[in-house]
Design a protein around this ligand. Sequence first.
Ligand SMILES: [Zn+2]
Ligand SMILES: [Zn+2]
Length: 342
Amino acid sequence: MSKTANKKDKNIVSEFRRDLVSGDWILISSLRNTRPHFLSKKGKVKKKASIKNCPFEDPQKSGNADPVLQYFKPLSKDWFVQVIPNKYPLLLKNKLCASFDLEGVHQRIDAIGFHEIVITRDHKKNLEKMSPDEITMILKAYQERYKTMEKNKCIDYILIFYNKGELAGATVEHPHSQIVAMPITPPDVSSSISGGSDFFKKYKKCIHCAILDREIKEKKRVVFQNKHFITINPYASRVPYETRIFPLKHSSDFEETPENQIVYLAEALKDALKRISKVLKNPDYNFFIHTSAVNMKNVPYYHWHIEILPRTYKWAGMELGTGIEVVVVPPEKAAEHLRSVL
Ligand SMILES: [Zn+2]
Ligand SMILES: [Zn+2]
């Protein structure tokens, strides 16, 4: 049984458990069971989820804590970006760091960390409809919160993500991103860090830089490029129209992206989401930022990037049974299609 100090209810479980065989970490979190769902099973907005009942129109009036960060547009008195602690967090705050325990043969660690929400003002305006200046404000809020959270010595990894629509796991329609700071590095990131590190040992080169060089030469899977960023559909895409955005110049840390480049990132992100929305007719999607772990700064073998996954279908037996995703649109065709719409 978990020994988390600030736990109110003994029946609440909030811990990472390691699969002894695969080595993967799983988060068991019964904390979130109580959160309200404003979207129905079919992805339709529930009646009660109208703007009038939306918990993010006036977050504090709806019982949320005061913002930890707020940005205003020039000359505006109303906030445009507001960051608040999640009322239904995946992880618990605690003054003490979590430590690894053994439960018989099993390994576990209390899910201690931070879970915050980044809300933008307009209920109906997802990122693809925002201006690059507005997206720049969101990206700056991500960076500012990341830099605050990474100072906490209990934190190993900080994930920033955005869910749009019920198929993507959103329970509130109002556009919002989430920042989760956790005591472990998640399996997807750690396996890609170790893959990058093995490649670097062998070839003295970043694997992502090597892939990007090739993509730029071949042009088959490149969707967009500006002065500092490139958008591609990866060779082994996991879902149709999976799209990734990379900085052209090698960098392992999203949070260190200089301000003059963030504007170009905003342009690339808006461009990618707009193309995906046009081609797939306003689909649900997730995007997340994969950056290096908190204690790894400026490493030559990891290259930070944004992954965008349109959610057009659900995993079935083949995918669940094998971990092999079946992708019905080759990434070369997807890139051609995405290039053609803007
Ligand atoms: Zn709203
Ligand atoms: Zn690189």
